[in-house]
Design a protein around this ligand. Structure first.
Ligand SMILES: *Cc1c(COP(=O)(O)O)cnc(C)c1O
Length: 239
């Protein structure tokens, strides 16, 4: 086993143990939480080594980087787009992605609806919500969601599977809890307002710094980069 594989294996074991403990504290089963390994800071070689350890869900925040890694990694990887999608990159991105977490405007929603026409199943997506209300963050303000209900209900080609948020960075992750709780409450309020096609089962929340708290508050997708890849520069080769 290479030194890289060994390090990744140890980091995975640590993250996995922390996910399991958070599930235990919350009375949840491990299978309710999917680890999305965020590979944006590492090379395709490192991402491939992690996939080789059985991590199927990988996330990228830039469409071009996702295209590049998707071309280099095995087809069974499920790619998650977790950052801004420019409308001119939709066409090339859609065939590659398992789930888009970061739908952050009505304009993007309309463009995706158009691009997804003719699919045999609706395109799954999450709305990005700025639950921490930081001025430098994208996404819909929680207060803005009631205003787009009619747009959501008129979608023919898309399926809203839930919400995504990023908490503010806090030394004490406990302070992120209100943000995660709010995302869950916003999701719960959307249920009942939306057509049944919009399943709303996912809460994409929790990063390296705060994922145990997010799991306690109901996260179904945790997006973890640093805890797995810290110190592995992008030019790191898997030798
Ligand atoms: C980079 C990134 C992550 C992973 O963050 P870490 O703190 O490195 O775990 C999660 N979500 C989004 C949207 C990101 O851009």
């Amino acid at each position: 086993m290479s030194a890289l594989e060994n390090t990744l294996r140890n980091r995975m074991a640590d993250v996995e143990a922390r996910i399991q403990k958070a599930c235990d504290r919350a009375g949840r089963v491990r299978s309710e939480v999917t680890l999305v390994a965020v590979t944006k800071t590492v090379s395709a070689d490192v991402a491939r080594a992690l996939a080789g350890l059985g991590v199927v869900h990988l996330g990228e925040n830039r469409p071009q980087e996702l295209w590049k890694k998707a071309a280099e990694l095995p087809d069974d990887v499920r790619w998650h787009l977790i950052g801004h999608l420019q409308r001119n990159k939709i066409e090339r991105t859609l065939p590659l992605v398992h789930l888009i977490h970061s739908v952050d405007s009505v304009r993007l929603l309309a463009s995706l609806e158009e691009a997804a026409a003719g699919r045999s199943t609706p395109l799954p997506f999450l709305l990005e919500v700025n639950a921490s209300r930081e001025a430098n963050k994208g996404g819909f303000a929680p207060e803005a969601l009631p205003g787009i209900l009619s747009q959501l209900n008129s979608l023919q080609n898309l399926q809203l599977q839930g919400l995504m948020t990023m908490a503010a960075f806090e030394e004490d992750a406990e302070r992120c809890r209100p943000t995660f709780r709010e995302l869950r409450e916003v999701r719960d309020r959307l249920r009942g307002e939306l057509a049944p096609v919009h399943t709303l089962q996912h809460l994409s929340m929790g990063m390296s710094n705060d994922f145990p708290v997010a799991i306690e508050e109901g996260a179904t997708l945790v997006r973890i980069g640093t805890a797995l890849f810290d110190g592995m520069a992008k030019d790191h080769s898997a030798t």
